[in-house]
Write a protein that binds this ligand. Structure first.
Ligand SMILES: Cc1cc2nc3c(=O)[nH]c(=O)nc-3n(C[C@H](O)[C@H](O)[C@H](O)COP(=O)(O)OP(=O)(O)OC[C@H]3O[C@@H](n4cnc5c(N)ncnc54)[C@H](O)[C@@H]3O)c2cc1C
Length: 270
């Protein structure tokens, strides 16, 4: 089988800073990790490879040159090879432009049986890239998958839905996004880390993907970050003193009146 896993390099810190002028994330290339959900996608691909000898797992990422680190991590965790999509023309890509480049790379990689991706990234968190790329490739997409079993030319999956679990059979080729319940990624051995560190990866830009430079990047991205701000929480304090029985009644009434003024309590009701 030919399995492709989409992986994304994300900030290794929760202290993410934004450029207030452009709305873009200020990224520190030295402080990045593999998107945690993508570890689960790689682990699932490695499990498939164990059960289906001859399976080739390719990790695919679009990002800056430092994203090689994420590809090495993916190879330490079970991928056989990796491809980096990196070019200045990709800068500023939103989810559509990112998906367009990923779809072109999948076509270039040849016939694929299964694409695995994380349910969402921990930085952008849109959850759009997997399903959007599947739509561009005209492949079925199944999201929020917590169990995956191969059955000949199709997969049987369990996906999380709001009020339970849905079981589906999907004909391959298909794209699946996984949730963290699907497996427990083991720590790779030191030997695999050392091997992955020595690996090199092809780097493709728009030309290699058969895309015009205007098909990707900021100009091809209809999404605009209009404003980036942190929600402000203000706290005001009101003190009600209760002296004696009558004072207690008056204080309780004052609290009720205040809650009604703020429309937390409705008139005549609780
Ligand atoms: C106007 C605009 C400008 C932007 N400029 C930049 C920029 O210059 N640089 C930048 O890094 N980001 C930029 N972004 C953010 C970028 O669009 C998103 O990070 C990217 O499209 C992925 O979206 P997401 O993080 O929500 O992924 P999600 O859809 O939440 O990710 C789900 C899964 O999709 C896969 N996936 C997601 N992204 C990639 C990827 N790049 N490669 C491979 N697999 C992937 C992974 O498996 C991931 O687990 C910009 C966004 C906007 C709106």
């Amino acid at each position: 089988m030919n399995v492709i896993v989409f992986i994304k390099q994300v900030p290794g810190t929760t202290n993410v800073r934004m450029d207030p002028a452009t709305g873009a994330m200020l990224r520190d290339p030295s402080d990045t990790v593999l998107n945690p959900l993508d570890e689960h996608a790689i682990t699932e691909a490695a499990k498939i490879k164990d059960g289906q000898p001859g399976t080739v797992v390719t990790a695919l990422t679009m990002g800056p040159p430092s994203a090689v680190k994420a590809l090495q991590e993916a190879c330490a965790r079970g991928a056989d090879q990796g491809v980096l999509l990196s070019h200045k023309a990709f800068a500023g890509s939103d989810t559509i432009a990112t998906s367009r480049a990923l779809a072109a790379a999948v076509r270039k990689l040849g016939p694929v049986d299964l694409i695995l991706a994380g349910e969402k990234s921990i930085d952008g968190e849109t959850g759009q890239v997997g399903p959007m790329t599947a739509a561009m490739l005209e492949l079925p997409a199944v999201t929020f998958v917590r169990r995956l079993n191969l059955e000949g030319g199709r997969i049987r999956v369990q996906r999380l839905v709001e009020d339970g679990v849905e079981e589906l059979a999907v004909t391959l080729p298909a794209l699946v996004t996984v949730v963290r319940d699907i497996n427990n990624p083991p720590l790779p051995s030191l030997r695999r880390y050392v091997m992955a560190k020595k690996m090199t990866f092809p780097v493709w830009g728009p030309e290699e993907l058969g895309l015009k430079e205007t098909d990707t990047g900021l100009k091809a991205s209809p999404t605009r970050v209009v404003k980036v701000f942190s929600p402000k929480f203000a706290r005001s304090t009101a003190i009600f003193r209760a002296d004696g029985e009558a004072g207690l009644d008056a204080s309780v009434q004052a609290v009720i009146d205040l809650l009604r003024t703020k429309e937390i309590l409705k008139k005549g009701g609780a």
